[in-house]
Design a protein around this ligand. Structure first.
Ligand code: SF4
Ligand code: F3S
Ligand code: FES
Length: 244
């Protein structure tokens, strides 16, 4: 079957502003949008730029806006977009465009670094491994699935209007370590988040949940962080009062 694709193009070398370009190609229903982009690039227009790598929903590099919604191109089948005459493809909103669908994610990854996304434990390790019960592991089941595709941060209205906000992906990363029973830097991480850039900036809009290709409850994780910060403040206050 034939499908039409309307792709937002921008080449900083020649274009003053982005413009749409249309392509018609023959596709198979089980092709992904990434297969279609490859078909366009390899057979019709080699100048089309987009990021991709694993083609299996693992690397998170091909997140883009497809028919108005952030999705992974490799996980979106043409068959599932059947009610639209034209498939519209645009780069992730709110990130600087390098070329066409290729956005600059450097700042996005810097935001993630701000929450110290690495395991901290100064206690000498036991002979075999640092154990965790299934219940403890369950607390971080969702956040560990994150592939850092940036779909959530790009779809968050709070982030659109306030670039100081860490954004859902970075907060989810913080949650992944704060709620890890083996990590020892909880207080340090909570202190970083207890700021106007942290979880209290989230207005519970849920776009992040709707768009996440890994179906992670990002809003729930942010709400856990809000509660955790509050309880740590209450405990600190109680300790002060007890100490006179
Ligand atoms: Fe992507 Fe989901 Fe991770 Fe956000 S939480 S970066 S949408 S995988
Ligand atoms: Fe944004 Fe998600 Fe909160 S969309 S405002 S981070 S619930
Ligand atoms: Fe890796 Fe799509 S190409 S997630």
């Amino acid at each position: 079957m034939e499908r039409r694709f309307r792709i937002l193009r921008f080449n900083p070398l020649y274009d003053v502003k982005p413009h749409y370009q249309e392509y018609r190609i023959k596709v198979q229903p089980l092709w992904s949008v990434l297969d279609c982009l490859n078909e366009i690039k390899w057979k019709l227009d080699g100048s089309l730029s987009y990021r991709r790598s694993c083609t299996h929903g693992v690397c998170g590099s091909d997140a883009m806006m497809i028919n108005g919604r952030n999705r992974l191109a490799c996980q979106t089948l043409v068959r599932d977009l059947k009610y639209t005459r034209v498939i519209r493809i645009e780069p992730l909103k709110s990130f600087p465009v390098i070329k066409d669908l290729y956005v600059d994610t450097e700042e996005f990854f810097e935001r993630n670094l701000a929450v110290k996304p690495w395991f901290v434990n100064q206690t000498p390790p036991p002979e075999r491994e640092r154990l965790q019960s299934p219940k403890e592991r369950q607390k971080i089941d969702g956040p560990t699935k994150c592939i850092l595709c940036a779909s959530c941060t790009s779809s968050c209205p709070t982030f659109w209007f306030d670039k100081a906000y860490l954004g859902p992906a970075a907060l989810l990363k913080a949650h992944r370590f704060i709620f890890d029973s083996r990590d020892e830097a909880q207080a340090e991480r909570l202190a970083i988040l207890n700021d106007r850039t942290g979880p209290y900036k989230c207005h519970t809009i849920f776009n992040c949940v709707e768009t996440c290709p890994k179906e992670i409850n990002v809003t729930g994780a942010i709400s856990d962080l809000k509660k955790k910060i509050l309880w740590s403040k209450i405990r600190r206050k109680e300790k002060k009062t007890e100490g006179g």
